[in-house]
Write a protein that binds this ligand. Structure first.
Ligand SMILES: NC(=O)c1ccc[n+]([C@@H]2O[C@H](COP(=O)([O-])OP(=O)(O)OC[C@H]3O[C@@H](n4cnc5c(N)ncnc54)[C@H](OP(=O)(O)O)[C@@H]3O)[C@@H](O)[C@H]2O)c1
Length: 246
């Protein structure tokens, strides 16, 4: 992908964690970066942090709660009116609440997680399709998880097999299929599903062994690399280093 100012990305959940680091790295490519967050002031703070090292970064902030039709529609209106266009949409916002005890899990446990992790990416993607499909270099990136990969959960050599729970895990399995169907329906859009890998963020009380830079290697590659591995991939599938490490 050409790395110039005409490339515009919107990242959901961009105020912290993997979303904020993705924003920082794509801004370093000279891209126009929309930091979307349900708390606009938190996104402003993330943008201010990025500007310390990148004072000329083209960072835009927009309020966007992925569980709200009204919020997503308003965010679309802001981006559309700005004239930046949209080349890359990164559905990154996610939560990992819910019980880890499978036998104690009841239907109501799924609702908040599915609302953010499953319905959120559909709501945002559907709303932004007019802008995204107008781009000649459109990309759609779904930030999934290895915990949603059934083969990994069944592989005793992988860490995913050691993490119990069916709420978060199944939400990411569903997201993988949703991305597959978007890829089939949108042949002109490069659709990627990425597994960031276990990364120290608020999502896991900073228990992950990876830094957020390592955790965003697959996301940044899906958004910007000329050659992108097929469908769902992780950092180990990439030829490192990925651009925009600094
Ligand atoms: N960290 C890992 O080990 C790991 C591994 C695999 C996959 N992932 C995935 O990576 C993505 C980013 O997670 P992270 O590790 O960076 O976690 P994080 O630091 O907790 O960040 C999650 C982001 O999602 C946002 N969010 C939550 N609910 C939202 C809503 N209704 N509308 C808009 N934004 C919302 C949060 O905003 P607030 O600050 O407002 O809550 C925050 O910006 C998630 O999809 C997660 O499932 C993470």
């Amino acid at each position: 992908m050409t790395t110039n100012r005409s490339t515009t990305v919107l990242i959901t959940g961009a105020n912290k964690g993997l979303g904020a680091e993705t924003a920082r790295r794509l801004a370093a490519l000279g891209w126009t970066v929309w930091l979307a967050a349900r708390d606009e002031s938190a996104a402003e703070r993330a943008a201010a942090t990025i500007r310390v090292a990148q004072p000329d970064a083209d960072l835009r902030v927009v309020q966007l709660d992925v569980t709200s039709d009204e919020s997503v529609a308003a965010a679309y209106a802001v981006v559309a009116a700005s004239g930046t266009g949209l080349d890359v949409l990164v559905n990154n916002a996610g939560i990992a609440t819910g019980p880890h005890d499978t036998l104690a899990t009841v239907p109501a446990d799924f609702l908040p997680v599915y609302g953010v992790n499953v319905l959120g990416p559909v709501r945002v993607t559907h709303a932004f399709l007019p802008l995204l499909t107008a781009s000649p270099q459109a990309r759609l990136v779904m930030v999934s998880s290895g915990l949603g990969t059934i083969a990994h959960v069944l592989d005793a050599d992988r860490v995913e097999s050691q993490v119990p729970g069916m709420v978060y895990q199944s939400s990411k399995s569903a997201l993988d299929m949703i991305a597959t169907q978007y890829a089939k329906a949108l042949p002109a859009v490069r659709v990627s599903v990425v597994d960031p890998g276990w990364t120290a963020t608020d999502l896991n009380a900073h228990s992950g062994p990876q830094t957020v830079t390592e955790g965003t290697d697959a996301i940044v590659a899906a958004a910007s690399a000329d050659e992108v591995p097929a469908h769902k991939f992780e950092r180990a599938d990439l030829e490192l280093p990925v651009a925009a490490h600094s």
